[in-house]
Unconditional design. Structure first.
Length: 224
């Protein structure tokens, strides 16, 4: 996979190192020449010196041949411009953008060419909720402007799914259980997998199926 990362700071360089280690072709686009000179000899990825907010820079870097662009600079305005250019000018299939300030998260959507936005504060909140919440649907990541969500539920003792096979749950057609974590071990979900209290169930749902899916795994509060 060919990946272009705009921004060679701590975040961009770390993402690049991980992707290179996984065998991907990675290029970092960075405007700070001093940073390029200092870090390029220490990393196996390709470095391209230039302003990623400029169409010419992106064209010279070969963005049209890229599978994924990651806008990882420390400036939200730059990340939005980079995302928009990547999607509209170069037709990059997948654009991932870093959100530096949570108040700007609402801007990082399809209108600006963003397929997936990553906001560290929101992600940390989700991870905290995932760690301490039982019997509650916790949103971990969202895709396609929130139309699809990766969610997690730690099944409580009163879950309606207790002891049932996945095939018996009546999972909505546009939702899917993608993993079950039991006793710190990942269980690949199959139709005959029986769920137990304490299981961490990770699911992919759409905005239309989220409420129906919640009812499958989470006990409904008593009226009054």
């Amino acid at each position: 996979m060919r990946v272009a990362i705009a921004g060679g700071g701590n975040v961009g360089a770390s993402v690049a190192a991980d992707l290179c280690a996984s065998g991907h072709q990675v290029m970092i686009i960075e405007s700070d020449l001093n940073l390029v000179e200092r870090l390029s000899p220490t990393m196996s990825c390709t470095w391209f010196a230039g302003d990623a907010c400029e169409v010419k820079t992106l064209a010279d870097a070969g963005l049209a041949e890229t599978d994924v662009v990651v806008a990882a600079t420390g400036d939200d305005e730059d990340n939005l411009v980079i995302s928009l250019l990547a999607k509209q000018e170069f037709g990059v299939p997948r654009v991932i953008a870093r959100v530096n300030h949570p108040k700007n998260r609402w801007l990082f959507n399809e209108t600006w060419g963003v397929d997936v936005s990553v906001s560290t504060p929101h992600l940390m909140t989700a991870l905290v909720e995932e760690a301490v919440s039982v019997g509650t649907l916790v949103r971990l990541l969202h895709f396609a402007e929130g139309k699809a969500q990766l969610v997690e539920v730690t099944l409580a003792d009163d879950t309606p799914a207790k002891g049932m096979m996945i095939s018996e749950l009546g999972v909505p057609r546009d939702a899917s259980i993608v993993a079950v974590i039991r006793d710190r071990r990942v269980v690949v979900p199959r139709g005959d997998t029986r769920l137990e209290a304490g299981d961490e169930v990770i699911c992919l749902v759409t905005e239309d199926s989220e409420d129906s899916f919640r009812k499958v795994l989470v006990a409904q509060p008593l009226p009054g």
